[in-house]
Design a protein around this ligand. Structure first.
Ligand code: GLN
Ligand code: ZN
Length: 757
């Protein structure tokens, strides 16, 4: 029995790659210095994996920004507008990732989307009719050679042809099926080059296979792999799936010439029954994803051992694997210096999961698995009751009735009441909440956290920042203001810190996109609100101005989705607990004179189950009610906003409307405003602010550009329902871009208003 992992985190255990990349972006270090940091991180990962005893160590799981983007470059899918900049290879790559504005030109970045239901984002490749897919890069070979020089024959990991084509955007008339031959040939060449390098296994990641597949999808997949597998050149091909089960194509996979098939037994509801019902081919290796790659709780050895024993009845050769890439968990508990042993023993980050794989391997290969100390310790861990139960919270959830989930009066009545109350101009302008988290802001917070400044000093600093932010927005002429969120490190961690039942980590960073990382808190026990969390800063900000300042909260679904969830109670139960805590905060804000309250549900869409048949029952049936529970107690004249990142919610548009917020803002600028048609077609009732420019890119949108966007929006959305705002919070941007961008936004709104009057 061997062990394997699908991929390892790459940002560095102390986010070294992030810091080096950002220095490179600011031209503080050279490309070769950045490369050197990357190389040392790769070598360190290699060493840790080797020392853990891992049998199949991945390579090419490293990326400077994103694996899909790397695959686009590998396959020559670099659009002309980036080539035309005439930049170096690395800078062309970063231009695709981040956009570019400078001496060489002005181009927007690739679109960015959530990677399946995770909080990781991938760059969406663009393919047009002129795109010639072919092998165009050497990264997989270079990284294989690099590891080989360190004495390790790795298993190169490459996003597979099917997933690549399924996730790409086709801009011309050609579709995925038109690229089968070219794509297959490129992958064959990759296999032959890897064979020459001395690779034994190659892993093709095909997570798209866990989504619902149409007949055309199946045909695309089979035509690609019929070709690719005819050119294996002696390399063993592992078809790796994750994030679910492959019920639509399992039997096809078994018949095809793969040498290994990787299945997810954590999230794949039907993976086990597929293997049991249809068997597993004797000539193939089953890479069994039994260690959760997406959560940080210790593996339950008793359950895993029994699962693997069951699998052994059907599959002759098994490799113990993670359920997905470890990209989605933090690096190592070694850096958690403050976490007490009582907590620590329940967790396994990436490095500890390597240890689990090695322990599971020795347990499973022993005569009697139950005698090993590792097995016994693990049994004892799960037998102990955990602290963190709160009977009051459990009772409050149990007592909820249907009317707790309904806000009255109905939307149309409230809309009128609110129009009269606020007297806002047509196309009111606002922002999503955060303002730039400058060096100064971060330094002040860090100093306070380290005890280098007092609470009073820190509060005084925040007051200054908030005051300046309010004045700035007034000067720019924004209609509905925000306080700027300077006191917040992160929109979830901040709330987690004020809620009972949460546990905090110091260094549990997980990559979100590019150089952005998040540090999800851990839901440890039952959740409750100990005291008001945001009232102080919201009321302070409101005291500075006569314009409305939005209260700013994170919604229960997002708090849950961006935390590491419990595995001992249901997600629904956790969501309702959090919703009740946020509801208390909403009512406190309202009682303290805050007239508009935004409850962000940035992450609501991303956890939608990957298969449509699971949407309602596994998710929407509790996620939408959880949001409604938060605001159902407010007065009609209190305006509830919500915000979502990404507008990929065409298919759940009615459920979004059913959240029953008064206003929703969301990303639209990167997705070509296609969402507008959907809003129109569905008679969307909630007022909307589709983002008029992309805040993920450092470029400044012109007034003209924003006016154009607004005019397009007005074709589809009644002026009385349209808000004007950027597409997300501004915290990742600098003031240098933010101020002119918002000035252009307000000018554009004013100009378009005139044409409406
Ligand atoms: N209010 C948050 C902010 O502006 C929303 C962030 C988000 O949607 N990710 O930062
Ligand atoms: Zn957002």
């Amino acid at each position: 029995m061997k062990t394997s992992i699908i991929g390892y985190p790459r940002i560095g255990s102390l986010r070294e790659l992030k810091f080096a990349s950002e220095k490179y972006f600011r031209a503080e270090i050279s490309a070769s210095e950045l490369e050197a940091t990357a190389k040392s991180l790769r070598c360190e990962n290699l060493k840790i994996q080797k020392e853990s005893g891992l049998d199949l160590i991945p390579s090419n799981d490293f990326s400077f920004y994103d694996g899909m983007l790397d695959t686009a470059v590998l396959l020559n899918a670099v659009p002309e507008r980036y080539r035309a900049l005439g930049l170096s290879k690395l800078d062309t790559y970063f231009a695709m990732a981040r956009g570019y504005q400078g001496d060489h030109g002005d181009v927007k970045a690739f679109a960015m989307k959530k990677w399946f239901h995770t909080n990781y984002h991938y760059m969406v490749p663009e393919i047009d009719d002129a795109t010639q897919l072919k092998l165009a890069d050497t990264k997989p070979f270079d990284l294989f050679a690099e590891a080989k020089a360190e004495g390790v024959i790795t298993k190169p990991v490459i996003i597979g042809a099917y997933t690549f084509l399924k996730l790409a955007r086709f801009l011309g008339t050609k579709k995925a099926a038109d690229f089968v031959d070219d794509a297959a040939n490129a992958y064959i060449e990759i296999l032959s080059r890897l064979a020459e390098c001395g690779a034994q296994w190659v892993q093709f990641d095909e997570p798209c296979l866990v989504k619902d597949m149409t007949d055309a999808d199946k045909a695309l997949f089979t035509s690609l792999y019929a070709k690719i597998l005819s050119g294996k050149n002696g390399v063993k091909v592992l078809l790796q799936t994750y994030f679910g089960d492959v019920r639509d194509c399992y039997q096809d996979l078994c018949k095809m010439d793969f040498d290994g098939i990787g299945l997810d037994f954590i999230e794949g509801k039907e993976s086990l029954s597929l293997v049991q019902n249809y068997g597993f081919p004797a000539d193939k290796v089953l890479f069994a994803g039994v260690v959760n790659g997406r959560n940080i709780w210790r593996n339950h050895y008793e359950k895993t051992v029994s699962l693997v024993k069951t699998l052994q009845e059907s599959a002759a050769q098994i490799v113990l694997n993670t359920s997905c890439s470890l990209l989605h968990v933090p690096y190592t508990l070694r850096h958690e210096k403050k976490m007490g042993e009582n907590y620590r023993k329940h967790f396994a980050y990436a490095e500890e999961k390597l240890g689990e794989l090695s322990e599971l391997k020795s347990i499973l290969t022993a005569e009697d698995p139950t005698v090993s100390a590792a097995y016994q310790n693990n049994l004892a861990l799960f037998a102990q009751p955990r602290s963190g139960a709160n009977a009051d919270v459990q009772a409050r959830v149990a007592a909820l009735t249907d009317k707790d989930f309904v806000r009255l009066p109905e939307f149309a009545v409230r809309e009128q009441v609110q129009k009269e109350r606020f007297q806002l101009p047509l196309l009111p302008t606002t922002t999503i909440g955060s303002f730039p988290q400058t060096k100064e802001v971060r330094a002040a917070r860090a100093a306070f956290r380290k005890g280098e400044s007092t609470q009073d000093q820190y509060d005084a600093f925040l007051k200054e920042q908030i005051t300046a932010c309010i004045r700035l927005q007034e000067q720019i002429g924004i209609d509905v203001l925000v306080h700027g969120e300077f006191e917040r490190n992160d929109m979830v961690e901040y709330f987690g810190e004020s809620l009972e039942g949460y546990l905090f980590t110091e260094k549990a960073w997980v990559q979100s996109y590019g150089t952005r990382c998040v540090k999800p808190p851990v839901i440890w026990g039952d959740i409750s609100r100990a005291k008001p969390m945001t009232v102080k800063w919201s009321t302070f900000a409101q005291s500075l101005t006569d314009l409305p300042v939005k209260g700013m909260l994170t919604g229960p679904v997002t708090i849950l989705n961006w935390s590491f969830p419990r595995e001992d109670i249901s997600l629904k139960e956790s969501a309702y607990q959090i919703a009740l805590a946020i509801r208390d905060e909403v009512l406190d804000l309202e009682a303290n004179g805050i007239s508009i309250i935004q409850v962000d549900e940035a992450a609501l869409r991303e956890k939608l189950p990957l298969r449509q048949s699971d949407w309602k029952s596994d998710y929407l049936d509790w996620a939408i009610p959880a949001f409604r529970l938060v605001h159902s107690g407010v007065k009609p004249e209190t305006q509830i906003h919500t915000h979502m990142c990404y507008s990929e919610f065409a298919d759940i548009i009615h459920e979004i409307d059913d959240m029953d917020a008064d206003v929703i803002t969301f990303e639209a600028s990167r997705s070509d405003l296609t969402i507008l048609d959907v809003l129109k077609a569905s008679n969307f009732r909630t007022e909307v602010g589709p983002g008029v420019y992309d805040i993920h890119s450092p470029r400044v949108p012109s007034q003209e550009e924003i006016e154009t966007a607004l005019k397009k929006m007005l074709d589809k959305i009644p002026a009385e329902k349209l808000w004007v705002n950027p597409d997300c919070g501004l915290k990742t941007r600098g003031n240098a871009e933010t101020v002119p961008s918002l000035e252009n936004l307000v000018k554009a709104a004013k100009a378009v208003r005139k044409t409406l009057a």
